[in-house]
Design a protein around this ligand. Structure first.
Ligand SMILES: Cc1cc2nc3c(=O)[nH]c(=O)nc-3n(C[C@H](O)[C@H](O)[C@H](O)COP(=O)(O)O)c2cc1C
Length: 330
């Protein structure tokens, strides 16, 4: 039996790694792998799990410096932490622990403990969380729930800013500018096409057609036009007139901040899922340095990492495929 096969027979460990791999990632690239050491057959105490960035899955056009790759990997780190907590283990997390920058985090599994209700609730939300690119209802998100989402960001050393009506027009305007600029770049379109053409048999990554979503009727809500790469015809529908947008900031812009941003995004997303909310990342404006810096203030240590649309869904988001576990073991 190979080492990889051996590891996948450890059921508790496999379940935790599968939960990690259910994380969201830019274009569903799933740019991660896991290296496990010292896992005993039964209990996981003493095991060490490296979550690694897989640079062969970085998007060279959209994400030349790998920021969104690390945000994606950070989301997988968070899922893994939650899965281990729900399985009844303490963990200690070391981000970017080695000179090798591809080791995003090393999670050392500690003693067994009773899982908290919060960990169990977040864990139960992992398989129910999907990106939803469809219209949301115009029901307002209660203040208490927004507070909970802000708390989720703060728990991961990040900050969530609820974008008010004035700033919203600016954020939507900048996103429209970014989207327009990117759609005129043939290299961007080729890269997008490569991750949306999932017609190949057994394709286990990328975004299948049924999740791409319609476009907003009056272009008021510039969600990323994912059908563009393949030249798919646009269906246009009415979206919520006053979308709720939030911005996610980290104090700095290092690799560790990008990972933290991914962990924070995922804590927010799972918390939102528990509350019946859905989300769409709208990251176009953060992909153009000049536009991202307009929303950032390094003096006050607010560096913009993600733009997220949040709301009560009118129809459910649908799942995307995932690579099988043996392919993820480094
Ligand atoms: C860093 C990052 C940026 C993303 N940006 C966008 C985006 O701009 N537009 C969009 O529709 N989805 C975006 N997504 C969502 C991914 O496309 C989605 O997570 C992936 O296809 C997997 O699907 P799932 O979230 O339903 O599991 C982003 C996700 C991440 C992690």
């Amino acid at each position: 039996m190979s080492r990889a096969e051996e590891l996948t027979t450890n059921e508790g460990l496999s379940a935790c790694l599968r939960a990690a791999a259910a994380a969201p990632s830019i274009h569903n690239t799933q740019p991660w792998s896991f290296r496990v050491s010292d896992a005993a057959d039964g209990a996981l105490t003493g095991a060490s799990i490296e979550v690694r960035a897989d640079r062969s899955r970085r998007l060279p056009v959209l994400d030349p410096d790998g920021r969104e790759m690390f945000v994606s990997v950070g989301a997988a780190v968070f899922n893994l932490r939650v899965a281990l907590a729900a399985a009844g283990y303490r963990t200690s997390v070391h981000r970017v622990p080695d000179p090798d920058p591809d080791v995003a985090a090393r999670i050392v599994v500690g003693a067994a403990e009773e899982p908290s209700g919060a960990a169990l609730a977040l864990h139960a939300a992992i398989p129910r969380r999907h990106t939803n690119r469809r219209p949301f209802s115009d029901r307002r998100i209660p203040y208490g729930t927004m507070e909970e989402l802000r708390g989720a960001a703060a728990a991961e050393s990040a900050s969530l800013l609820d974008v008010g009506p004035e700033l919203r027009d600016a954020v939507l305007g900048l996103t429209r500018t970014a989207e327009k600029r990117m759609r005129s770049d043939p290299a961007y379109l080729r890269e997008l096409a490569a991750w949306t053409d999932t017609s190949g048999i057994g394709r286990v990554d990328g975004m299948p057609r049924h999740v791409l979503g319609p476009r907003a009727r009056d272009a008021a809500l510039p969600l990323r036009d994912l059908g563009l790469g393949l030249g798919l015809p646009a269906t246009t529908v009415e979206f919520e007139p006053d979308p709720t947008l939030v911005l996610l900031f980290t104090p700095d812009d290092t690799t560790a901040d990008w990972i933290r941003a991914g962990e924070a995004m995922q804590r927010i997303w799972l918390t939102a899922t528990v509350r019946g909310l859905a989300m769409t990342p709208m990251s176009q404006l953060t992909e153009i340095a000049a536009l991202r810096s307009l929303l950032s203030d390094t003096g006050t240590r607010y560096v913009a990492q993600m733009v997220l649309r949040i709301g009560y869904p009118l129809s459910p988001g649908l799942p995307t495929p995932r690579r099988p576990l043996p392919d993820l073991l480094a």
